[in-house]
Design a protein around this ligand. Structure first.
Ligand SMILES: [Zn+2]
Length: 470
């Protein structure tokens, strides 16, 4: 079955054709680990997780690399300002390395809570310094670089004729966008740093020797170098937030294609923002929404995931607690309905299952239409499909949407059972246990019937008995 994806480069929905049959290589730009991720950042990773699950559900083998930016990401995209890592270190009075470790751990815990499948490999930028230097050297040999004294090695964007193609920018737009920042000796407004020199008057915590002087790599070069190292010089999908299109990914293409001399990425897939009432969510004001804050307010992370999947990854989404309340109710409703029939699903009807599966995949494969898949889930719950087939299909929905439906519905079912068993029924079950121990089976059977009359089923287990509603 065809998979359709919106490619930012062609600006249209395309039928996905892999480089290698049955396999897909994905590089996603990961977090800068200087602070907590806000829930808008996390939306991108959830959307990318759906993309990955879509390929898995279609039988693909997925290779997924995600970087961890632990050096070189400056507070301004124009290569001015401070390294975000050093800023985090000063804010918290810890070393940059401790900051990186701490926020990497928090990030890993966040994505686990959101049921995001782990990447094949996570690549911290500080572990690929030699590869980054090597790529800068190649660009230098090809004549794409120049040095600004006391600042760094820069990329000359006028040398790359396709510069700005991904974001559809022409030179006028680039000039307009960079007007404020264009003052530090760059040859062209869009030029960017490949290697920054350490300041002469202060020692940085993270710095390395290079052919051009002690310093640290630019943010853009890290992703290009790690992607080339881990995946090779062609890849199927490169993905990130929409804010990466015009600078970060545009620069990545400019760094790689002159070196490899052919098209690098077949599909550029970008995920839209989450807005709060004031507009695009950002960390700059210091007060931002995190997953832990949602948890404190009584919203499980999986409910936040469900909330995200109700919208297309290509549409901006507004966040409010009212909307999240609505999603929570809707998710709990799904669990309640599922808990009423969920079973092992081993004896399912293959024909019915396959016809639903084809429908689900066709919906999903249409540029990751998660909202459409959720509508199908609701249709299934309303349908008269038998419990086994329904259960098997809910497992399939879980594989695709990652909403822990089976696990949470089973937990709900068990809680419902323990809470609602009356004392009278428990006493009868205890009495029956004694009767059985005394081999008084007539009495035991009588008690079983009594329990049944009260609406409960008693079953013998290894350690005694279990009770559940009829
Ligand atoms: Zn990146």
């Amino acid at each position: 079955m065809d998979i359709k994806l919106f490619n930012t480069m062609s600006k249209q929905i395309e039928i996905f054709k892999p480089l290698k049959e049955g396999e897909v290589s994905i590089y996603t730009c990961g977090p800068t680990v200087y602070h907590f991720a806000h829930i808008g950042n996390l939306r991108t990773y959830v959307s990318q997780d759906i993309m990955k699950r879509m390929f898995l559900a279609n039988g693909y083998k997925v290779k997924h690399i995600m970087n961890i930016t632990d050096v070189g990401h400056l507070t301004s995209d124009a290569d001015t300002g401070e390294d975000k890592m050093e800023k985090g270190s000063r804010r918290e009075g810890k070393s940059v390395w401790d900051i990186a470790k701490y926020y990497t751990d928090v990030f890993m815990s966040d994505i686990k809570k959101l049921n995001i499948l782990p990447a094949t490999k996570y690549t911290p930028a500080t572990q690929y310094i030699a590869e980054q230097i090597d790529l800068v050297k190649k660009l230098e040999d090809l004549g794409y670089t120049y040095i600004i004294d006391g600042d760094g090695v820069y990329y000359d964007t006028s040398k790359f004729k396709d510069y700005g193609k991904l974001g559809g920018q022409n030179l006028d737009e680039l000039k307009a966008g960079a007007r404020v920042e264009f003052s530090n000796g760059k040859r062209n407004v869009a030029d960017f740093a490949l290697w920054k020199f350490s300041p002469k008057d202060a020692k940085r915590q993270m710095e390395w020797e290079s052919p051009w002087g002690v310093g640290f790599p630019g943010w853009h070069i890290e992703c290009s170098a790690m992607c080339l190292t881990e995946i090779g010089d062609s890849l199927d999908i490169h993905s990130g937030g929409v804010d990466h299109i015009k600078v970060h990914h545009t620069n990545e293409i400019a760094q790689v294609e002159p070196v490899i001399k052919h098209r690098w990425v077949n599909y550029w897939v970008h995920m839209e923002f989450l807005n709060d009432l004031s507009g695009k969510m950002s960390k700059s004001n210091g007060d931002f929404l995190t997953l832990s804050l949602l948890e404190e307010k009584g919203y499980p992370p999986i409910v936040y995931r469900y909330f995200l999947l109700l919208a297309s990854y290509r549409k901006q989404l507004n966040f409010s607690y009212d909307l999240l309340d609505g999603a929570k109710k809707s998710y709990e409703n799904l669990l309640k309905k599922i808990s009423e029939f969920i079973c092992s699903g081993e004896d399912f009807n293959k024909d019915i299952f396959n016809s639903w599966k084809a429908n689900i995949l066709e919906t999903l494969n249409n540029d990751m239409n998660t909202a459409g898949v959720i509508v199908l889930l609701q249709d299934l719950l309303k349908s008269d499909v038998d419990a086994d087939t329904k259960s098997a299909l809910v497992k399939l929905f879980d594989d695709i949407l990652g909403l822990r439906l089976v696990e949470n519905a089973l937990a709900l079912k068990n809680t419902a059972n323990t809470i609602s068993i009356p004392e009278e029924v428990k006493a009868l079950a205890e009495e029956r246990l004694v009767a059985k121990a005394n081999k008084d089976f007539v009495k035991a059977d009588g008690l079983r019937a009594k329990i049944l009359d009260l609406g409960f089923v008693v079953e013998d287990t290894k350690d005694g008995y279990s009770l559940k509603q009829k």
